[in-house]
Design a protein around this ligand. Structure first.
Ligand SMILES: [Zn+2]
Length: 97
């Protein structure tokens, strides 16, 4: 279990909040541009071999935890992907919406 000092939204809750707020990924030539929950930044989400990758710090530094960051999860929500688990994340918990 991760240490949590105070109640914190999960990544899937953040993605759902953005989705409910009407935030949608913007299609680009390479993937999608997703606004952060602060509304100040945008991150690039790309798909490679059925897996989504994001260039945000959460994804870059914590992707080994096997959970997609909320930007990638928002893309999933909007595209109707069931779930995506990368081949090197077979032990990862499955995110269920
Ligand atoms: Zn991200």
């Amino acid at each position: 279990m991760a240490k949590v000092s105070k109640p914190k939204l999960t990544r899937s809750q953040r993605a759902r909040n953005l989705f409910n707020a009407g935030v949608r990924p913007v299609r680009t030539a390479d993937g999608w541009l997703v606004m952060s929950s602060s509304g100040k930044e945008f991150y690039d989400v790309t798909e490679t071999g059925g897996c989504l990758y994001c260039n945000c710090p959460d994804s870059v530094f914590r992707s080994h935890q096997g959970e997609l960051c909320y930007h990638a999860q928002l893309v999933e929500l909007c595209l109707g992907f069931d779930r995506m688990v990368c081949a090197d994340d077979v032990d990862a918990p499955i995110v269920v919406f």
